[in-house]
Design a binder for this molecule. Structure first.
Ligand SMILES: Nc1ncnc2c1ncn2[C@@H]1O[C@H](COP(=O)(O)OP(=O)(O)OP(=O)(O)O)[C@@H](O)[C@H]1O
Ligand SMILES: [Mg+2]
Length: 223
């Protein structure tokens, strides 16, 4: 489902953040990406989501080689991979449902079908009845769930989330994790970067750990 072969990543002329990374993730896995701040967790997720190109090496996602993917093939990746970034990037000039509708509009889905799908996505993350709120009127946990709804509305095969439970109380964090678990249970390959190993232990079954340029692939959960 995801395969890295001899992947290197540096920004500009800077040092290698990732160096000679090799791993393979099978469909349906739930993977925890761990490591201290600045180690390269977000960088790893961005390479999978096609938001950053690798400096060297090959990246396969959902059967496609994406390290050399031309710009016109990017929309394919947008549909295959649902991305929830560290900053949710919600749009505050429109209400919640219109945030969720955005990827469907980009994909050119017919308006009525798009509306049905967007409402279903909001229901799945427990936000029914909040469609008309502006994201600024929603709590941090609700905004995180809205970002998840927007990421899953295109029914991606892979979900990647960058610290989706940061700044949330334990109960809200657990609720967010249950949303990911539900998607994972129906076969969505899930990768989550987090500093909360204790929370991830209840959900993930494998850890990709990055620490000071060292990469380790660990069965089970280790923060
Ligand atoms: N666009 C960029 N340009 C230059 N350097 C960058 C860029 N993005 C990240 N970096 C650098 O790459 C390194 C890894 O950053 P990354 O965001 O992947 O870390 P992280 O493990 O996600 O950290 P955190 O836990 O704080 O989110 C950092 O030293 C950071 O400064
Ligand atoms: Mg990060």
């Amino acid at each position: 489902m995801i395969e890295f072969q001899h992947v290197f990543k540096s920004y500009g002329r800077g040092r290698n953040i990732l160096a000679d990374i090799n791993f393979r993730i099978e469909p349906g896995e739930f993977v925890f990406v761990s490591g201290p701040s600045g180690a390269g967790k977000s960088t790893l997720l961005k390479l999978i989501g096609g938001l950053e190109p690798p400096s060297r090496g090959t990246v396969h996602v959902n059967g496609h080689r994406i390290d050399k993917m031309p710009a016109r093939a990017r929309p394919y990746l947008r549909r295959a991979v649902g991305v929830i970034l560290q900053d949710t990037h919600l749009l505050y000039d429109r209400n919640a449902i219109n945030n969720v509708l955005l990827p469907l509009a980009v994909a050119g889905l017919e308006t009525r079908l798009a509306g049905t799908r967007a409402r279903a996505a909001m229901e799945k993350v427990g936000l029914s009845g909040k469609e008309d709120l502006n994201p600024v009127e929603m709590s941090g946990g609700e905004q995180q769930r809205l970002a998840i709804a927007r990421a899953i509305v295109n029914r991606p095969a892979i979900l990647i989330a960058d610290e989706p439970t940061a700044n949330l109380d334990q109960e809200s964090a657990r609720r967010i994790m249950e949303v990911f678990r539900d998607f994972n249970r129906v076969g969505v390959t899930t990768l989550i970067a987090s500093h909360d190993g204790a929370l991830m232990a209840a959900y993930a079954s494998r850890t990709l750990r990055i620490d000071a340029g060292r990469f380790t692939d660990i069965p089970g959960v280790k923060s």
